[in-house]
Write a protein that binds this ligand. Structure first.
Ligand SMILES: Nc1ncnc2c1ncn2[C@@H]1O[C@H](COP(=O)(O)OP(=O)(O)OP(=O)(O)O)[C@@H](O)[C@H]1O
Ligand SMILES: [Mg+2]
Length: 300
């Protein structure tokens, strides 16, 4: 995918947090392209930078350097007024913590209507849209239930409906299934696929669950603040049957400067340290441990 056709384009993005005198580099040269209308997942170990990326895409946090473009919005160069507009119109956000998404004293319908009210939609429009969205997420018969009267999975479904109220082009979800059991989590992911199909919303979902590439077209893995590899799933037969084998292929990403991050497991298994030898043979790039590493050590 080239950047001209991308809806989301992140180039060489850095995010540095300063805590007291310490600098934490949460994103280091991250690159990501997402097409309009795509559903994709971000995976990665704890602390790799997934939430940082999502918060930047949501306009909650500003990148320290790089380029972040979402549709017509340049997220590095927006006034605070434009950011508010961006958050209200362009993106919907679902948090991992079910309690963070909904107001406890409002029922499902009122929760879905609230962001529309803030965006200035009229009463009739709000009501119709809320009912339509709650039907879409399969909760048409739970309109008057308050969050405490709904299961965790149902609450997350309401949260998706809330996020979709103002017809955002982009739905961002940071581990929306993190507090749910596997089966309920799978239902939520299927729900997102439905939303994508019915409304054409572009969806980026963060997850710890490696099986998620079964539900989405591709998953991009972040390692140490950098998008490092891409996993594409190919379902060989209907997973409804159960036990269906999933052929999953993982590709390393080459960034705009030609950098490739070799996964730590591979480096460790070959004891690769500071230097490697690379050459081209049979149309392959071969990377091998270099004994210059050892020699250097000896001459020191
Ligand atoms: N507000 C902040 N101030 C300082 N450091 C932060 C802040 N937010 C995140 N970090 C640091 O940035 C790094 C990336 O954090 P992030 O929350 O993006 O990870 P994550 O991949 O979402 O992890 P998890 O899977 O545990 O949610 C971590 O080292 C974290 O400690
Ligand atoms: Mg996180």
């Amino acid at each position: 995918m080239n950047s001209e056709s991308s809806y989301i384009s992140c180039r060489d993005v850095f995010k540095i947090y300063k805590v007291a005198d310490l600098e934490v580099v949460a994103l280091r040269g991250l690159e990501l392209e997402v097409a309009r209308g795509e559903v994709m997942a971000i995976i990665g170990a704890s602390g790799s930078g997934k939430s940082t990326l999502l918060n930047i895409l949501a306009g909650y946090d500003a990148p320290s350097a790089g380029l972040v473009q979402v549709g017509d919005y340049d997220l590095l160069n927006m006034s605070s007024k434009q950011i508010v507009e961006y958050r209200r119109r362009e993106v919907g956000f679902v948090w991992q913590q079910t309690s963070r998404n909904l107001f406890p004293y409002l029922n499902a319908q009122e929760n879905v209507e609230l962001p529309m009210l803030l965006a200035g939609a009229g009463g009739r429009e709000r009501r119709d849209r809320a009912i339509e969205l709650l039907n879409l997420v399969g909760l048409g018969d739970r309109l008057s239930h308050k969050p405490a009267q709904l299961s965790g999975g149902e609450q997350q479904r309401v949260a998706i409906a809330v996020a979709l109220g103002n017809r955002p082009s982009l739905l961002l979800a940071d581990e929306p299934t993190g507090e749910l059991d596997t089966e309920t989590g799978q239902e939520i992911l299927d729900m997102m696929a439905t939303v994508n199909r019915e409304l054409g919303t572009t969806i980026v979902v963060v997850t710890h669950d490696p099986a998620v590439s079964q539900s989405v077209g591709r998953a991009v893995a972040i390692r140490d603040g950098k998008t490092s590899s891409e996993i594409r799933g190919r379902v060989s037969f209907d997973r409804q049957i159960g036990g269906g084998r999933q052929d999953v292929e993982e590709f390393l990403l080459v960034d705009s400067s030609g950098r490739v991050q070799i996964p730590r497991e591979m480096l460790d298994s070959l004891n690769i340290q500071r230097l490697v030898q690379a050459d081209v043979e049979d149309e392959r790039v071969r990377i091998r441990p270099s004994n210059a590493d050892d020699e250097e050590g000896e001459t020191r």
